[in-house]
Ligand binder design. Structure first.
Ligand SMILES: [Zn+2]
Length: 282
């Protein structure tokens, strides 16, 4: 049935937008603490993530980790869990609602309900200069979900086994020594590290364009809780043209884990799980 605009359509559209979750009541992270210790960090681990694969890593609370571009432009898909409880995992949707579609220094990565606490704080971002480009594209999005073999089969009819969803699943299965089918249920919507994305102006469809990341670029986090992470080096490479295939040129990504001075560890705020009693009025 054809739908016609009501006579007061313009008036209805003219309502003023209101930010749904103004985060100003949250205390901002004290990133000056990180600046003071950065020169004296001790590297305690590093994990090289091969192209079209994923690897896991662990970061203790109040320790610092960096995801670093090496060799060439490459996008990474990041999952985070509480180190001792896989049911507490990164909540891409609420992170987006609180901090916007793309995250940079000062943003926190939140865990899913009912836990709802900061899992990690972004403390530095060498692509922070990018902002939003003329297409509306920005870096490090919490819009996209992760490339996966189900959507690929739906749209192309073929099967591809190195989508980020599959890479993250295999990496978690290895880490936890659990069946792949069980591990898969813990894989969740990602932070798209280094990916340049936005919504098209006309149809508001999710788009990607060549990532501006170059070797040496990094994004740095402080772990607000003990973390288990998994990072996939996306088969889309710099995500300039395609994903979910072997077509794109791909590069490794490096995860570096650092221990700061003890006074930083003592000073960095503890991130408690939500104190909401979960009665839901009952
Ligand atoms: Zn991917």
């Amino acid at each position: 049935m054809p739908v016609q605009e009501p006579v007061d359509a313009a008036q209805r559209r003219s309502a003023k937008p209101v930010v749904v979750y103004p985060p100003e009541t949250l205390p901002p992270p004290d990133l000056s603490l990180v600046e003071r210790v950065r020169a004296n960090l001790i590297k305690i681990g590093e994990v090289l993530v091969p192209p079209r694969e994923a690897r896991t890593f662990r970061v203790p609370r109040a320790h610092i980790f960096r995801i670093v571009s090496v060799e060439g432009p490459q996008v990474g898909d990041l999952n985070l869990w509480s180190a001792d409880d896989l049911t507490e995992r990164f909540f891409s949707g609420k992170t987006r609602a609180l901090h916007g579609t793309h995250v940079t220094s000062g943003a926190r990565l939140w865990s899913a309900l009912p836990f709802m606490r900061s899992m990690a704080t972004i403390s530095s971002d060498s692509l922070g200069w990018y902002g939003f480009d003329a297409d509306g594209g920005g870096i490090h999005d919490v819009i996209g979900t992760r490339c996966d073999p189900y959507t690929n089969r739906l749209l192309s009819g073929g099967d591809y086994h190195h989508c980020c969803h599959s890479n993250l699943t295999r990496a978690l299965a290895d880490e936890k020594n659990m069946p792949v089918k069980d591990a898969e249920m813990h894989v969740h919507d990602v932070l798209n590290v280094f990916m340049c994305t936005g919504f098209t102006r006309d149809t508001h469809q999710y788009f990607m364009k060549a990532s501006p990341v170059r070797p040496g670029d990094f994004i740095e986090f402080v772990a607000d809780i003990d973390l288990l992470g998994a990072l996939s080096a996306c088969p889309g490479g710099d995500c300039s043209a395609s994903h979910s295939s072997d077509a794109a040129k791909c590069h490794p990504l490096l995860v570096e884990i650092y221990r700061p001075a003890q006074d930083f560890i003592d000073a960095w705020p503890v991130s408690p799980r939500s104190q909401y009693p979960r009665t839901h009025g009952c």
